[in-house]
Design a protein around this ligand. Structure first.
Ligand code: FES
Ligand code: FES
Length: 421
């Protein structure tokens, strides 16, 4: 443990840091400047871009020890006393912000680039921002905002035209917060004395769980609770016909990465260490990695979900037909036979999942990156067996979802249960 000095946004800080702490972690967790966002934590998305001694760096991979004594600028230091920087104004005006999670990184990378090249072409701007990923905007408006700034365009928004709303672009109401890095997303909230949770996930696509030994993990100093699937056996699912999910694997695992054990501890590092001390014995069952094979009839032991109606691994059959296809085919000049195969895709939102839960005399409160608080509300009440009026779900700003944050997620149920314990 070391005490290091950082000058951040012209203010001097002395912080206690571990040798493995990143600059992003120190900025967000010790200095409470959460405008610096974490998307990938592996130098791929650019959301965490800040300046160190005037140069843009990805703070998620910058060891804080290496920049001790440096001068840092974060997105919170770009506006002058709440007066937006002209580039921030152009982002607002041009609608270059949707979820806003990539925005601080986009602005920092742009400002760094413009220090080197004050007259960039459109392709220069595209090249300069190629290390910053945006899932929402399609980049067009971001490029337009940078061009408008470079060309010192006059504002196209005339606030005196109060009644001329229709037919002209207006900035979104939260745009100013998002360009300043003051919009709070799920992982930006800090709760007093919070514990941290980590999971042990299945390494098998399909396997019976023979035994789980959590003794060593429980004995580790700083570990507060260890749970397995048996603690949360009640099933849930968004559709009435699909009440077949459990928050954790119960008796068997059904996919690689399914949560088998969850651990709450004083720090993230202790929780992660405790996960390594858990011993799980599996007996592998037949796994399915091929779509056609997965549709074949199978034995009971090979069914991923035992309640499947079809003696195979098909959950639901759906067929969509429009018009009279037979007639259409009979009259067609050409007939083409095509088969389409595609893999499952991740929705690729920029903000990772995050949830914080606590209980008090009113019941459970959870702050979480969700698109549909109502689904979560319903299934937290069901799985945790509490009345719905004792469950409060808070959805803050969301760093993209695209459907991928719609369903209730295991981690939301698990942290709610652990906090109750
Ligand atoms: S590049 Fe640092 S969080 Fe993605
Ligand atoms: S606005 Fe860029 S990721 Fe959402």
């Amino acid at each position: 443990m070391n005490i290091i000095k950082l000058i951040v946004n012209e203010k001097e800080y002395h912080v206690v840091a571990e040798p493995h702490d990143t600059l992003a972690k120190v900025l967000r967790e010790k200095i409470q400047l959460t405008g610096t966002k974490l998307g990938c934590e592996q130098a791929s998305c650019g959301a965490c871009t800040v300046f160190v001694n005037g140069k843009a760096v990805q703070s998620c991979i910058t060891p804080v020890m290496r920049v001790a004594g440096s001068t840092i600028t974060t997105i919170e230091g770009v506006a002058d006393q709440n007066k937006l920087h002209k580039l921030q104004e152009k982002f607002v005006e041009k609608g270059a912000i949707q979820c806003g999670y990539c925005t601080p990184g986009m602005i920092m990378s742009t400002l760094a680039y413009l220090e080197e090249n004050q007259n960039p072409t459109t392709s220069d701007i595209k090249e300069a921002l190629s290390g910053n990923l945006c899932r929402c905007t399609g980049y067009k408006k971001i490029i337009e905002a940078v061009e408008a700034y470079v060309n010192d365009e006059q504002s196209s928004i005339n606030d005196n035209d109060t009644y001329k709303m229709v037919g002209q672009a207006r900035p979104t109401i939260e745009a100013v917060k998002k360009v300043q890095g003051t919009a709070d997303y799920a992982d930006d909230f800090k709760i007093k004395n919070a514990l941290h949770c980590k999971f042990v996930r299945s390494t098998h696509a399909h396997a019976k769980i023979i035994s789980i030994n959590t003794r060593k993990a429980k004995a580790l100093v700083g570990v507060k609770a260890v749970i397995t699937g048996k603690d949360l056996p009640i099933k849930f699912g968004v559709l009435p016909i699909s009440q077949d999910e459990t928050a954790m694997a119960v008796e068997k695992t059904r996919y690689i990465g399914e949560i088998v054990v969850a651990i709450a501890a004083d720090t993230e590092e202790i929780a992660a260490h405790a996960c390594k001390l858990v011993e799980i014995k599996y007996s592998p069952l037949r796994s399915f990695f091929d779509m056609k094979e997965a549709c074949e009839d199978v034995g009971t032991d090979e069914q991923i979900h035992s309640h499947s109606k079809f003696n195979n691994n098909i959950h639901k059959k759906a067929e969509l037909r429009f018009g009279n296809q037979q007639k259409g085919l009979a009259n067609a000049d050409y007939k083409v036979d095509v088969e389409f195969d595609f893999q499952g895709l991740n929705h690729g939102f920029t903000e990772p999942h995050a949830a914080t839960a606590w209980w008090d005399e009113n019941g459970l409160t959870i702050i979480t990156a969700t698109q549909v608080p109502h689904y979560l509300h319903r299934y937290l009440a069901k799985v945790l067996e509490v009345p719905m009026n004792q469950v409060r779900v808070i959805k803050p700003y969301l760093g993209g979802g695209f459907g991928g944050k719609s369903d209730p997620f295991p981690h939301e149920i698990i942290v709610s249960h652990l906090s109750r314990m």
